[in-house]
Design a protein around this ligand. Structure first.
Ligand code: FAD
Length: 411
């Protein structure tokens, strides 16, 4: 088979891959991106966090995102059994962006991929990476082209941005089971028919509805700018398994269990068949190895509840690009100290909050009536994605601080 060479090979043109490509092009690197699918293609993960805007700016992609006309987002609303509470991300303790977007990923990912190409990265759609060999001096991958031809690429450095496909962790046996129970999601897009001004509903916010009887079952409603919403439910696999029929019928049945959500969506048209995804949480032994690193979902994925996935994907791209700038500049990079640990620091902050969410403690905190405003601003920062801001005590000392707050709010 024919062999090509490149400086940096990126597997996958999702958010992690495209932002990494643009940042590396800023350094003048030669970048080849291989993407299995043809864009636009559907993907889940539609509600961004304000922290992500910093990386879109860094990558020079912000204007293209702004001009694409996505739904403005300024916060998160939570509802449970007739109660509700909202967080406006602009009222956060951390510095930085306080607003962002809710995006149809088919279009968003396409915008980012085109921006990456515009910077001079070479992007090949429908080129699938089949095998990876990182045992030699330089990583080597086998690729299948859309014509069915197989060829090899040898790269100075390999970035795995293959998302849930998790090419490298699977091929190199780096995966270890997540500590979370196996959860799944059923989701779709609906033409929502929600009347403007509907009781307490704000298109500028993601709505998270906690199931009236099961506090570990929750729904997302993510409004888009074209009159549609992303709608989904998350629950343990065993809970979802109780519902029969098509994915659409199952989702409709579970939505029907919440009176507030049923009323809100009374006029919705369910035009797109719902889909299910199960067992998405994943951990890895290491986020890097000799001349390769794992970006975004190809590394770790926690849980959708705080919409942190794309932000973590961007953060990973930004950290890896900074390491590569130094490595290609001839310096020795300690990838654990400069990539693995810093990336995991924020992921672990989110993990503490995810655990507290499913145990019920975090819900007591956000629905508590007499919240201390300063503490609410710090919590708001986490919800806005500022999970790496160690000036926030709920980042620096998240487990202990959150534990204390849970106890105060449970009293
Ligand atoms: P992806 O976006 O998955 O991109 C990977 C790309 O790699 C794909 O285009 C794929 O085709 C390509 N690829 C795969 N295998 C190969 C191969 N062999 N060769 C070449 N290319 C390949 N995140 C949020 O920020 N907000 C949310 O509201 C949110 N909601 C979520 C809800 C659910 C139910 C789930 C499961 C996740 C959610 N997420 C959310 C997480 C979000 O989906 C991911 O974190 C995000 O898409 C990760 O981006 P990525 O670039 O790492 O991977």
């Amino acid at each position: 088979a024919r062999t090509e060479t490149t400086q940096v090979l990126i597997v996958g043109a999702g958010p992690a891959g495209s932002v990494a490509a643009a940042l590396l092009r800023q350094q003048g690197r030669q970048v080849l991106m291989l993407e299995k699918q043809r864009f636009p293609r559907f993907s889940i993960g539609e509600s961004l966090l304000p922290q992500s805007m910093e990386y879109l700016e860094q990558a020079g992609m912000l204007r293209a995102v702004v001009e694409a006309g996505f739904q403005h987002k300024n916060g998160a609303a939570f509802a449970h059994d007739g109660r509700s509470t909202t967080f406006d991300f602009r009222q956060k303790s951390s510095l930085g962006w306080g607003t962002t977007y809710q995006v149809q990923r088919a279009e968003f990912d396409h915008v980012l991929a085109r921006e990456a190409e515009r910077t001079g990265a070479e992007l090949r759609f429908e080129h699938e990476v089949l095998a990876v060999d990182v045992s030699g001096d330089k990583p080597r991958v086998s690729v299948r082209s859309p014509e069915g031809e197989t060829y090899e690429v040898v790269a100075d450095f390999l970035l795995d941005a293959s998302g849930f496909a998790r090419i490298l962790p699977r091929l190199l046996d780096l995966e270890r089971p997540s500590r979370f129970p196996v959860r799944g999601a059923i989701f779709t897009h609906v033409r929502d028919g929600i009347t403007p001004g509907a009781a307490g509903f704000d298109r500028n916010k993601i709505l998270i509805t906690v199931h009236p009887r099961h506090h570990d079952v929750w729904y997302w409603t993510i409004p888009f700018s074209n009159g549609t919403c992303s709608l989904g439910v998350v629950a343990e696999q065993s809970y979802l398994a109780r519902y029969e029929g098509s994915e659409t019928e199952r989702l409709q049945a579970i939505v029907g269990e919440d009176p507030g959500l049923s009323t809100l969506l009374a006029n919705a048209q369910w035009s797109m068949p719902a889909r299910q995804i199960v067992g998405y949480s994943a951990n890895v032994d290491s986020l890097w190895g000799r001349n390769y690193a794992l970006l975004g979902n190809a590394g770790e994925f926690l849980d959708p509840v705080f919409s942190s996935g794309v932000t973590i994907a961007f953060k990973s791209a930004s950290l890896a690009a900074a390491c590569l700038a130094r490595q290609f500049g001839g310096e020795t990079v300690d990838w654990e100290a400069e990539y693995g640990r810093p990336l995991r620091a924020g992921v672990d902050t989110f993990r503490t909050f995810v655990e507290s969410w499913y145990a019920g403690g975090f819900q007591k905190i956000i629905f508590h009536e007499n919240a201390n405003p300063a503490i609410r601003e710090m919590i708001c920062s986490i919800l806005a994605g500022y999970a790496w801001d160690t000036s926030n005590p709920y980042v620096a000392d998240s487990k202990r601080r959150l534990g204390v707050l849970e106890q105060l709010c449970a009293a």
